[in-house]
Design a protein around this ligand. Structure first.
Ligand code: NDP
Length: 341
């Protein structure tokens, strides 16, 4: 069983040397003390920014992100096939998505964190993205948190990623004016040509983010879907309309500097512009996953939603793929292929 282990807890920017790849033997059986568990063969693993937060050793009070244990496989989300089951809800051969380890085979002791895949007319890897956790994040984080209305102006940061590309398309389907920011010209082109954003810009080429936002939103922003935090949030606050809404989905620019978070200067604008900011965790919405699947699956099949994935082939490529999220190496949803069947 090839496994990707975290070697040590990490402060600052993670590197591949913080991980180690090991091979161990595994008995393909469910031990007596794991009754109720299932044995999974992992097919696709998901690289997600929150995993960086779990690499810190210290658990912040109130934090939802439990630290990884050095010497143990990285835990995350993935698509797997059930090889053996001692749980009444799963049988051999079932396809599932949900919590699993960065290894070829995982003994899951808590199958309540697994969701059966019933529709296989779409690529299976979609259950790491558009039909999995990032898709639900975009769906509920936009529709429930932002209270969007037709004709409103929407700005999305990290817009070409797993979550952002969907938020923009949901907003377009609703008749909003949508602009996104991303870190390369290739991503900007994707936003405009593949995901039907009205406009997009490369934030790395703008020395004045406030001026850039004024160019795209001369009358201001109604809705900001926040994925990056830091300087971008400060610039957005200067451009929000009175009564605007901000969905605080994530702040990836801060994940490698949790010891010293960047301050936000323009906080008073929340008061004077009556801006509503609301944070959320997608897991709160997991009881409503069926509603999300029922809405999104038909849109995919009717060709009304596009989705771009970035595949990294083989477990041994997983550390670099995860680290790559923090330099923008990924173009679209970052997936690691472990096995195709
Ligand atoms: P992405 O697929 O968007 O990958 C991350 C992207 O972030 C990179 O490709 C890069 O794109 C951009 N980025 C990295 N570092 C920086 C930086 N310092 N400043 C600006 N941009 C940066 O990831 P996801 O779509 O999966 O996640 C997007 C956000 O959503 C994250 O903040 C994540 O934590 C959050 N999230 C929150 C959830 C919740 O429950 N609240 C659930 C899932 C995700 P670029 O080239 O454009 O810089």
């Amino acid at each position: 069983n090839v496994q990707v282990l975290l070697k040590n807890h990490v402060n600052g920017v993670p590197t591949e040397s913080d991980f180690t790849i090991v091979t161990s033997s595994i008995q393909l059986q469910i031990p007596d003390d794991c009754r109720g568990g299932v044995l999974l063969k992992n097919l696709y693993l998901s690289c997600d920014p929150y995993m960086r937060i779990r690499m810190y050793g210290k658990q912040e009070p109130e934090s939802y992100f439990e630290p990884f244990t050095p010497g143990s496989p990285i835990m995350g989300l993935g698509v797997s096939r059930v090889v053996l089951s001692s749980h009444p809800d799963f049988k051999k051969g079932d396809l599932v998505w949900g919590s699993t380890g960065w290894e070829e085979y995982t003994l899951s002791k808590s199958p309540e964190t697994l969701y059966r895949i019933l529709d296989t007319d779409v690529p299976l890897s979609y259950y790491t993205g558009i039909l999995g956790m990032p898709g639900a994040t975009a769906y509920f984080g936009f529709h429930d948190i932002c209270s969007p209305k037709r004709g409103e102006t929407v700005f999305i940061s990290a817009a070409s990623g797993a979550v952002g590309q969907l938020v923009g398309q949901f907003a377009k389907l609703l008749g909003c004016y949508v602009v996104g920011s991303a870190g390369t010209q290739e991503k900007v082109d994707l936003l405009k040509n593949k995901f039907s954003f009205d406009d997009a810009f490369n934030y790395k080429e703008e020395h004045d983010l406030n001026a850039a936002l004024k160019r795209y939103f001369p009358d201001g922003i109604d809705i900001y879907f926040e994925n990056v935090g830091g300087k971008m949030l400060d610039a957005v606050l200067l451009n929000m309309k009175r009564g605007g809404r901000i969905s605080a989905c994530g702040m990836i620019s801060q994940y490698n500097r949790f010891e010293e978070l960047e301050g936000v200067k323009n906080l008073f604008l929340f008061v004077s512009k009556e801006i509503r900011l609301e944070g959320f965790l997608v897991t709160t919405y997991f009881p409503q996953l069926q509603k999300f699947t029922d809405a999104v699956l038909p849109l995919i099949k009717e060709g009304k939603l596009a989705y771009v994935e970035d595949f990294s082939d083989g477990l041994e490529t997983a550390p670099a793929a995860l680290i790559g999220l923090f330099s923008g190496r990924n173009v679209g949803k970052q997936v690691v292929i472990v096995a195709r069947e």
